[in-house]
Design a binder for this molecule. Structure first.
Ligand code: DAH
Length: 369
């Protein structure tokens, strides 16, 4: 570019020559046409329309022309700039339309396709209440343990201090696995998990074990051959019946509400000494059927209370069977029916509902705590 005070030489302002301007417009037209998409177009725009593009640089040269040549040159530059701007705008429109069509095509929704349906299922209420029970104990520092459904008689009976002639071993109380001398049963309770845990860990032990258990009972409103228990075991120094009571009463209040009524009845289990059975106030008659022949209650047989499970202080023999010194450690244990707890909590009067697999049953109890 010549300096402002240089004498005018038309050849030096070649950029303003009509041919040069036409060539610049033509170059831009080809370049814009070659831009395949909006990004490419944006990338080459400065070269043809930016401050340092040939036509704009040429425009700056107008001042260097003698006054009589400026008007013509100015017109040519403006025509060239207008042409460039039009070519650019046209290409921009075309590429924008292409892009929009591609987006519409890519995002097309076929409204005639079948909708993807979410299965209207829910956790089975037994699973849900089992999880809730575990949560209550985990919050107290317990671990959750598991054991197999098929047990040896040693774990299911012997280690739990059940005498060889105890009626619970009979064919009418236990499912035996063929051949009879294999010593295998479908576990009749979750208590064998206590033994498995005590053989694996040293005190202090705080575990709960939810799981399926099996007994040869006919399915009726309150019995089923396959049901569920949650077993608990605590072994530590200085544990007493008071800890057992406090633990189960807290459990009951968390599960059934603060106003749940519990009573304790002495009982007898081979694996605990002393033993006690906690009963819960009948969820159907709330005790009003007691001594009231006009309002008999089938659920509690008009006794006003329903058995919830078994519990007691771990028999020292059981501790010894597992290599734990009963002069140092004591323990409490319990086993509650999960199905029974669900009946209480949700007012279910017939066990069939729990096993028929009707999804409406699960849905009707969805969202219960
Ligand atoms: N295993 C007993 C049953 O199925 C329930 C039970 C009672 C479990 C007392 C225990 C316990 O751990 O200490 O009837």
């Amino acid at each position: 570019m010549p300096a402002a005070n240089d004498p005018y030489d038309p050849k030096e302002v070649a950029a303003l020559a009509p041919d040069a301007l036409d060539a610049a417009v033509e170059a831009a037209r080809r370049a814009f046409a070659g831009a395949a998409d909006l990004e490419a177009l944006a990338a080459i725009r400065p070269a043809h329309l930016g401050d340092r593009s040939p036509v704009r640089l040429a425009k700056r040269e107008i001042g260097a022309l003698p006054p009589q040549a400026r008007a013509d040159a100015g017109k040519r530059v403006n025509v060239a700039l207008a042409a460039l701007t039009d070519v650019y705008a046209e290409r921009l429109r075309t590429l924008t339309r292409n892009r929009d069509e591609q987006v519409l095509d890519a995002e097309r929704v076929d409204v005639t396709l079948p909708a993807s349906r979410r299965a209207p299922g829910a956790l089975h209420p037994l699973t849900a209440i089992q999880r809730r029970m575990c949560e209550i104990f985990v919050a107290m520092g317990y671990d959750v343990a598991e054991g197999p459904h098929i047990e040896t008689t040693w774990f299911n009976f012997d280690a739990l201090n059940t005498p060889p002639d105890h009626p619970s071993r009979s064919l009418s109380d236990t499912f035996w696995i063929e051949p009879p001398d294999a010593g295998l049963v479908l576990r009749t309770e979750t208590s064998p998990v206590q033994i498995r845990t005590m053989l694996e860990r040293r005190p202090p032990i705080y575990i709960v074990c939810p799981g399926t258990v099996f007994r040869p009972d006919e399915l009726d409103a309150t019995h089923t051959p396959v049901f569920h228990q949650i077993e608990g075991l605590a072994v530590d120094e200085g544990l007493s019946m008071a800890h057992l009571r406090g633990t189960l009463e807290h459990f009951a209040r968390e599960l059934f509400g603060a106003d749940i009524a519990i009573r304790w009845r002495p009982h007898n289990f081979p694996f605990t000494e002393p033993s006690a059975e906690p009963d819960l106030r009948c969820f159907v008659c709330h005790g009003e059927s007691v001594g009231n022949p006009d309002r008999p209650c089938r659920t509690c047989k008009s006794e006003g209370w329903i058995e919830w499970g078994g519990s007691g202080m771990v028999n020292p023999r059981v501790l010894r069977n597992c290599g734990i010194d009963p002069t140092v450690y004591s323990g409490f244990a319990f086993g509650m029916g999960i199905d029974r707890s669900l009946m209480f909590r949700s007012g279910i009067e017939d066990m069939h509902d729990m096993f028929e697999g009707d999804v409406r049953f699960s849905l009707s109890l969805r969202g219960e705590p």
